[in-house]
Design a protein around this ligand. Structure first.
Ligand code: NAD
Length: 243
């Protein structure tokens, strides 16, 4: 299938986890992909493995100058950018009384301010293409409560998706948010967390956690013209957890 033939996509946080799964599927569907991450070794390795239509760019999503450089590198390698997946993120799971101001500002910066910077930085490039698509990875914690800081940042990503969708529709740029439930990635599957997640999966209506590839299929749909009339919308992939 070639649903992204001749499309240029930047995927942040694509050195591992869900972002890496999106990069693999996008390449299979004919896209030229920029893996943008702070994890240099993993990102370069994946880019090499995926072949000539993929480059790695070192990007700290909280740094506006870095964003400008990343977009310029993408354009130099492949031309104007059709698709931006704002996927990079971190988690935090502390009670509010143990959360410092520094902890709080850090997660808001990485999960939320980064999405604003990404959208702002990509506009000049995306205005040059037809059917630009921005996909912001939020969470079910952008729909229902969860850990402090994480939840707040993911609700903000959902709001930013709607405000950006309204502002950018005049350029034909669509902006949508994706809200995954519990997905098997390095963010969650480490040490003791593995056992806790196994236990928790009994409470998920579909009785299991998801593979990253199950989220990639929705991200692909939003990146492609299959979703040409969707903008400012929320796509939930959670096995029924928030139903
Ligand atoms: P992950 O930890 O496996 O991958 C996150 C990637 O983001 C890493 O490659 C990391 O290097 C990168 N990153 C972190 N800070 C960065 C920065 N400042 N600049 C550039 N890159 C940075 O996590 P994942 O589970 O694949 O998560 C991907 C996205 O999905 C995140 O936004 C996360 O909040 C969201 N999400 C995850 C789950 C889940 O269950 N795993 C559920 C809902 C939403």
């Amino acid at each position: 299938m070639n649903r992204l033939e001749n499309k240029v996509a930047i995927i942040t946080g694509a050195a591992r986890g869900m972002g890496a799964a999106h990069a693999r599927l996008f390449v299979e569907e004919g896209a030229k992909v920029v893996i943008a991450d702070i994890l240099e070794e993993d990102g370069k390795k994946l880019a090499e493995e995926l072949g000539e239509n993929v480059i790695f760019v070192k990007l700290d999503v909280t740094n506006e100058a870095n964003w400008k450089e990343a977009v310029a590198e993408a354009e130099k390698a492949f031309g104007p950018v059709d698709v931006l997946v704002n996927n990079a993120g971190i988690t935090m799971n502390k009670p509010i009384e143990e959360t410092t101001e520094e902890d709080y500002r850090r997660i808001i910066n990485i999960n939320q301010v980064s999405v604003f910077l990404g959208i702002k930085s990509i506009i000049p490039s995306m205005k040059q293409v037809e059917n630009g698509s921005i996909i912001n990875i939020s969470s079910i914690n952008g729909l229902v409560g969860g850990a402090v800081g994480y939840t707040d940042s993911k609700f903000a990503v959902r709001g930013l998706t709607k405000s950006a969708a309204l502002s950018l529709s005049k350029y034909g740029i669509r902006v949508n948010s994706v809200h995954p439930g519990v997905i098997e990635t390095p963010m969650l599957m480490h040490g003791d967390a593995k056992e806790a997640i196994k236990e928790f999966s009994k409470h998920i209506p579909l009785q299991r956690v998801a593979k990253p590839e199950e989220v990639s299929k929705t991200v692909l749909f939003l990146a492609s013209s299959d979703s040409s009339y969707s903008t400012g919308s929320e796509f939930v992939i959670d096995g029924g957890l928030t139903a």
